[in-house]
Design a protein around this ligand. Sequence first.
Ligand SMILES: *Cc1c(COP(=O)(O)O)cnc(C)c1O
Length: 397
Amino acid sequence: MKQLIYLDNAATTKTRPEVVEAMLPYFTEYYGNPSSVYDFSTESKKAVNHARETIARSLGAKTNEIYFTAGGSEADNWALVATAEAYGNKGKHIITTKIEHHAILHTCQYLEKRGYEVTYLDVDENGVVKLDELKKSIRPDTILISVMFANNEIGTIEPIKEIGAIAREHGILFHTDAVQAFAHVPIDVDAYNIDMLSSSGHKLNGPKGIGFLYIRTGVKIRSFIHGGAQERKRRAGTENVPGIVGYGRAVELAMANMEERAARETKLRDYLMKRVMDEVPFTRINGSRTSRLPNNVNFAFQFIEGESLLIKLDMAGICGSSGSACTSGSLDPSHVLLAIGLPHEIAHGSLRLTLSEENTQEEMDYVAEQIKDIVGYLRSMSPLYEDYMKHNGGGKK
Ligand SMILES: *Cc1c(COP(=O)(O)O)cnc(C)c1O
């Protein structure tokens, strides 16, 4: 088999075999509908409750504050739309950032068309939200602040505790998209004053198509999917029992070794980062050096197209991401890279690699060598690079 080095764990992760194993009996053996009254459905009901307890505990939340959804996008949509509806009579102003996931940004645009006003906060050159700007943008009609816990492209972890404190001080609800952060870094909803939090199973070695929204007791929130009385009448639809069971198991496993995993990923990531920075000139690191997800590195290589680099890496058996919207048919560079102030031509030369605990140092060596060769090759064909070298004597920057 062709070798595969998977470095796109921010896009999705491998479902752990232990997770699949935990799920299987809930397809063929305990397939009862948790809402049914007979004894046979007790096992499904118990399994859903157990997963809910596991997840609540890992966040310092109460069991009845966890509402399962069909993924991170649904949780984000729900948090924003239902808060807007429930609190719309108090005000119609929402604050978010320019670097959110599209599940947040496109929902904000949807709300703008329906009479809500949204402030999109700037971030600094590391992708960190500017707290003074946040304070200045708060108005008497502000009902919600939504800031992601960690960015999916550049890995920057936001000052969530400070943002939570500001929101609380002004009596404004605080939602965080923690899809990239949950079970990767410690989170406590009380310590951080988080009122709502979104998560997704497939970003933490769980199954795809399952997520949850944490909703603090007392937050008025409308149901988003209408129908039956599931999820305390707030999210209708027969529970995805196998998905929920797998999610719970994935969280259990991820929480059990979070520190060692983060340490291992950080060490490998830093090793790769150092090799590439030492060996490939005209390269920068996007995102914060200090407040960063353990497994994320995002490079910008001057004078090349990230898409060409990705294709060549793919031919070498390496899965990465350009961190731009190019792949979805648009030629615009990533909104995140533009928000941290990268000029278009540099944003186009970006590469995101996101590790898992399964990666090895040998793989990092191979990846660093491939990057060096491919970037060198692409530059050798770049008129921009040639021009630059002619005028600058070819000295290493
Ligand atoms: C992946 C991701 C989502 C969407 O989650 P899905 O479960 O794929 O819908 C939302 N926000 C962030 C930050 C993500 O990385």
